[in-house]
Design a protein. Sequence first.
Length: 490
Amino acid sequence: MNLHELTIHQAHDLLKNKEISARELTADVLARISDAEPAVDAYITITGDAALAQADMADKQILAGDIQSLTGIPLAIKDLICTKGIRTTCASKILENFIPPYDATVMGKLHQTGAVMVGKVNMDEFAMGSSTENSGIKLTKNPWNSAHVPGGSSGGSAAAVAADMCLGSLGSDTGGSIRQPAAHCGVVGVKPTYGRVSRFGLVAFASSLDQIGPLAKDVTDAAILLTAISGYDSKDSTSVNRPVPDYLAGLSNSVKGLRIGIPKEYRTSEGVSPDVTAAVQNAMAFYKDAGATLVDISLPHAPYAVAAYYLIAPAEASSNLARYDGVKYGQRDMDAGTLLDMYRQTRSKGFGPEVQRRILLGTYALSAGYYDAYYKKASQIRTLIKADFVKAFDVCDVILSPVTPTPAFKIGENTDDPLTMYLSDIFTLSANLAGIPGLSVPCGFSKDGLPVGLQLMGNYFDEQTLLNTAYAFEQATGFHTKRPEILKAS
Ligand code: GLN
């Protein structure tokens, strides 16, 4: 087996037994990136030299007997997580040359464990999108079929994991941006509870929804990454001061007696492809056989999630993105004659069409006279969506649904139709609106050989139950062991 094909836990065992060195592992992953990048285009910045230097430090740490789960493990980081001295673009022209003077808290945590960063990966500009086609830098392809999108917005993170161009990665999820690309690329993705992981140093999109989380080759790796990045941070006022369990130590594959809620609203969702329905029903049958109880539940306000999200997220974005004015950050249009023209031209040239659309929608929804009709109404619906979940978790431990209505669509298929693109987020948005954790685990393939994901949503801070429920399925079915054939190294 090639070293880049290893999972984090497999590589950890080899590093611990000194059968391989961190330098060998990192060099192999960097070589894999060189081979696969022309076909996948996952990376915005590759940090080869820095990665090898970090690997050497990890080898010293291992020699000194101080190995942790991520010591010497090569990871990819979504390009909206600030990395000290390393370009952080948000896949936007406006930040094309932005070099943060500080590390995000999650980066500090990874450095402390001796993890290696091999590069920064592509995304939809400012994380706005579901296909990574809104990147202002490059077009990432789905490693399973290069005519298809990898999903988004963390499309680079998911594609890099699926194509073995890193052992694991970090993404961010505001409305599905970890779970949806994970599903489309056949990897595991976790959106933690709001407040579980510090967002200090995460470039803000919609602050009441954003969370950082892991994308990984299997549930065990996701548990390792989640343990490493979770925890209270005084620099993020929304982070919650609660002990972090060792999610790896807590992994169990028993689902006996587990109550799995099946929302009736999602049973009848229109536009769900037969491939997705079949794979999800197959998962339900598995859980029943394994001793879990399937419970019918209702999330009556779920159908309003898309409308509420696409008012709240743009509203917050319009405020968060006001800082990119050509003065404080990033690019400035130098041709403008007046200050107002400078603002106007900097933002018109620096932001892509989807980001501009969101700023306009959000500004409108917040403006005097419309605030009550749009933003306030959406916030009230959000409260109802949250109350639905609280009620549901009285009678079930986990909620099961598809991640996406269809497998990954073709590049260009939805770019002219933002509404269709927004509607594809129907299953993922509610977890962000409510603040609960959600996970995507591979659950099968479409007739065309594209991966399908299963979504599990859990109660606040109950990531362990989500991981365990997914682990039971993964260990029994083995879908996660399949890798895209076209890119298999010879
Ligand atoms: N697809 C959603 C959007 O475009 C979610 C994006 C995200 O989670 N960052 O807003």
